[in-house]
Design a protein around this ligand. Structure first.
Ligand code: AMP
Ligand code: MG
Length: 427
């Protein structure tokens, strides 16, 4: 059976990231929050825009103050007041200073700021009691950024600092990647919707919501297609609709070895290439990963701006039906693929943290095992505590409220209390 890291690399190699020519939309700045930049942003402005003062104080010529001290102060004539937003008018001559406030523009002639705390003012004169460093507290024009250079690179997720930079650069509109559309399809004749009465033998389709939540939290757009019974024709129609509507498809259920597990054969009948059937992971062994070529999957050949047809290849994940398995597979295999598809730069792989285990963690050693529990940072060190209750892949209940999945590698059977373990943070 395929080890997890090999499955991960196969999947990542199959993903064709969004295209900067087709998969882009222009949004107003605030609407772009959380989105991924699809262009290199440059500015015609220098940052800072002007030479300015970093402190409240006096703009002086260093030559005038370099030898002064409390015992040997220097007195300068104040020739101008420079508040914020004011363009200084008077060059500073030897023996002169300007009163200046934080962020205000440096007057010509001055090259240094003496902070207010080291001065005393009387009328139009100021006494300086300490010698500053040359150029102290002067922020030079262009010191942080010079006009015309790359300000922000494509692939950056726009959070508050990036939004602030774009605002400062007066970018009212930005080109960002569109949100990937991810179709979510549940398979199983036992499934009923969240708002339908539960008859004997039926199960509520929780995977639809679980997977939609993961997809939405990753910044993609879930297309909730509901559930389809285990009937080949119905499944075929539903899968065709899913691949026509989306950039990526997630189905759950029907990929195991049961009599009613039709997903793989329908995918093959629809012309998909199946790359993975199963992975050595627990929970989540049955995992189908398939691709549809654009022509076969969609029947359209011309890329257009508002549809997902610019993709030459669509990735299909047939996730296991067990609710915990479906989620673990989604976190472990779908999210990296979604990150790559979305336009984020590598690494797309999950970031694990090293934690000290507070619990004994067991595995049969035959598959890489993921055990759910709580990840906490205590005195600078991560700790992992196994969730109490059943760790069955069918039991969602104790997965709720957890924050990490501890990983027991292939061929290892136990991690003892106090040992270190790799943990995948979730939620
Ligand atoms: P399957 O992979 O189709 O054999 O399903 C395995 C188990 O997961 C069965 O007990 C199903 O009832 C359950 N299951 C399948 N799909 C869902 C779903 N969408 N929501 C909740 N449970 C499911
Ligand atoms: Mg099923």
């Amino acid at each position: 059976m395929l080890p997890v890291n090999q499955a991960e690399q196969i999947i990542l190699n199959l993903v064709q990231p969004f295209d900067r020519a087709y998969d882009v939309e222009t949004l107003s700045l605030l609407n772009a929050s959380g989105r991924i930049l699809a262009e290199t942003v440059t500015s015609s402005l220098d940052f800072p825009h002007w030479n300015n003062s970093a402190m409240d104080g006096y703009a002086v010529r260093y030559d005038d103050v370099q030898t002064c001290s409390a015992e040997n102060p220097v007195i300068l004539d104040i020739v101008e007041e420079i508040p914020a937003g004011y363009q200084p008018q008077t060059p500073i001559q030897p023996g002169q200073a300007a009163r200046i406030l934080t962020g205000s523009v440096m007057p010509t002639g001055a090259d240094t700021i003496v902070i207010q705390e080291e001065t005393q003012r009387e009328g139009d004169r100021v006494t300086i009691f300490a010698s500053p460093q040359h150029h102290a507290f002067v922020r030079d024009r262009g010191a942080f950024y010079q006009a015309g250079n790359a300000l922000l690179p494509p692939g950056l997720r726009l959070q508050a600092p990036e939004i602030a930079v774009l605002a400062a650069a007066q970018c009212a509109q930005v080109n960002v990647y569109r949100r990937p559309k991810v179709a979510i399809l549940s398979t199983g004749s036992e499934l009923v919707g969240i708002d339908q009465p539960l008859q004997p033998g039926q199960i509520v389709d929780s995977n639809q919501y679980a997977l939609a939540a993961v997809v939405a939290q990753a910044g993609a757009e879930p297309l909730m297609l509901g559930s389809v019974p285990d009937q080949p024709e119905a499944l075929k129609t539903a899968i065709q609709q899913a691949i026509a509507a989306a950039d990526m498809v997630l189905s759950s259920g029907g990929v195991s070895v049961g009599d009613y597990d039709y997903v793989d054969e329908i995918l093959a009948a629809l012309g998909a290439t199946i790359h993975i059937h199963a992975v050595a992971v627990k929970p989540g062994k049955p995992l189908t990963v398939a691709t549809f070529d654009h022509e076969k999957g969609r029947g359209k050949e011309t890329p257009s701006l508002d549809s997902p047809t610019s993709k030459k290849q669509l990735l299909y994940f047939g996730l296991p039906g067990n609710p915990v398995s479906a989620l673990v597979s989604c976190w472990r295999f779908v999210l990296p693929a979604l990150r790559k598809l979305s336009g984020l730069p590598s690494p797309w792989e999950p970031k694990f943290v090293k934690a000290r285990s507070l619990s004994t963690l067991k595995s049969d050693g035959k598959r890489e095992s993921y055990l759910w529990g709580n990840l906490r940072l205590v005195d600078g060190e991560f700790e992992f505590e196994l969730a109490t209750g059943s760790h069955s892949s069918g039991n969602l209940i104790n997965l709720a409220g957890t924050s990490g999945l501890a990983v027991i590698p292939l061929e290892e059977t136990q991690i003892s209390v106090g040992d270190h373990v790799q943990v995948l943070p979730i939620g």
